[in-house]
Design a protein around this ligand. Structure first.
Ligand SMILES: CC(C)(COP(=O)(O)OP(=O)(O)OC[C@H]1O[C@@H](n2cnc3c(N)ncnc32)[C@H](O)[C@@H]1OP(=O)(O)O)[C@@H](O)C(=O)NCCC(=O)NCCS
Length: 344
């Protein structure tokens, strides 16, 4: 059975930086830099311009990942695209990415499968686990795994929406997962979900049980009420469950891999809130800063893109080296969670 290893990583964030003070000055939100930094660690995030779509961010990250893997788009056998902010309701963003990568044109056109994963902040670990299973089954040689989000176009950037909108930013991360006969790569993964909390962090937009699925005005134009249009979150509940589930799934994955937490060289935790991650690091795992990388300070929560962005930073900065063990752990809306341990 082949092993599945990451042959290339990439990350892209749109150039426009929005600081906490910009949220006040540009958008008139009643908040302070201190409130946001103290509770979340976030100092700034990146916002895409109008006209940019989630798949556009994904293309940029993919090009970097392919280059680092020494591959071209036509070497790919499958796309797995994790996002909660797809270009459209349907089809999924994976097919837009496939087209933008030039895979559908010319004599070398290659109509590889494109799968969208809708598991929010856990999307990347779900996608990576799925791709690993495909590679280990011997079905595919190179699978592109992308986590991309364009949050800023669908955030309530007013004081009403400040609790959610100050948290999120735009960005895309990508990895190429490749087959190898070498003794390395993904060692274990664990995924979980608890649908009892599905409404505790959600952005419904519509209710398909209703006829029609959203109210219409006199001209037949769809009307979306603010509580349906903007993401809703029970922040304290999310915080509590995130700590519990991330620790548990990490330990379960270590057991599956036959190692302990002390054997892990680098922990890449989903970047939802620096305080959640610091609490787990300092109060539960009691491990040094040198084993963790965070980038939420600069990018906010980029949901499915956080873990591939950290992987890329870890590789580029030289902190992740061949032979090291890295644990990727995520929790998010659903609630869903997951962890993947990779021997680099
Ligand atoms: C969102 C979060 C930072 C809020 O922090 P908190 O300490 O729980 O804040 P509270 O809910 O107690 O709100 C405190 C007050 O701050 C206010 N507030 C909310 N957002 C604010 C902002 N951006 N600026 C200033 N004040 C704000 C609230 O309105 C509330 O005011 P009130 O007491 O007058 O009602 C925190 O709950 C959190 O990070 N939870 C996890 C979120 C997460 O990880 N989401 C993604 C999951 S993948």
């Amino acid at each position: 059975m082949p092993n599945a290893y990451i042959s290339g990583t990439g990350f892209f964030a749109p150039p426009r930086v929005v600081t906490n003070d910009d949220l006040i000055k540009e958008y008139g939100i009643d908040t302070t830099n201190e409130w946001i930094v103290q509770r979340t660690g976030i100092e700034e995030r990146h916002y895409a311009d109008e006209g940019v779509a989630t798949s556009d961010l994904a293309v940029e990250a993919t090009r970097i990942a392919l280059k680092n893997a020494g591959l071209e788009a036509h070497d790919l056998d499958m796309i797995v695209f994790a996002t909660l902010s797809p270009d459209h309701c349907f089809p999924g963003s994976g097919v837009y990415l496939q087209k933008k990568l030039g895979l559908c044109e010319g004599p070398k056109a290659k109509f590889i499968p494109a799968l969208d994963v809708r598991n929010q902040c856990s999307g990347f670990v779900y996608a990576l686990s799925t791709a690993t299973a495909m590679i280990k089954a011997g079905v595919y040689k190179h699978v592109l795994v992308v986590g991309a989000e364009l949050h800023s176009h669908s955030l309530d950037l007013t004081t009403r929406g400040r609790m959610v909108s100050c948290l999120f930013g735009d960005g895309a991360g990508a990895v190429v997962l490749s087959a190898t006969d070498e003794d390395r790569g993904v060692r274990a993964w664990k995924l979980g979900a608890d649908g009892r909390f599905a409404d505790k962090l959600s952005q419904p937009i519509w209710d398909i049980s209703k006829k029609p699925f959203m109210p219409l005005d006199a001209n037949g134009v769809g009307q979306v009420a603010p509580e349906m249009m903007w993401a809703q979150m029970d922040g304290k509940l999310v915080f509590r469950h995130a700590v519990e589930r991330m620790v548990t799934v990490l330990m379960e994955t270590c057991i599956e891999a036959g190692i302990t937490g002390n054997d892990i060289d680098l922990f890449l935790f989903h970047q939802a809130n620096l305080r959640i991650n610091q609490y787990i690091q300092n109060e539960v795992l009691k491990l040094p800063d040198s084993k963790f990388i965070h980038n939420i300070q600069r990018f906010g929560n980029t949901t499915a893109a956080t873990i591939p962005s950290l992987l890329h930073e870890a590789v580029e900065s030289g902190r992740l080296k061949r032979g090291m063990k890295v644990a990727c752990v995520a929790f998010g809306s659903g609630f869903t969670w997951g962890s993947v341990i990779i021997e680099w």
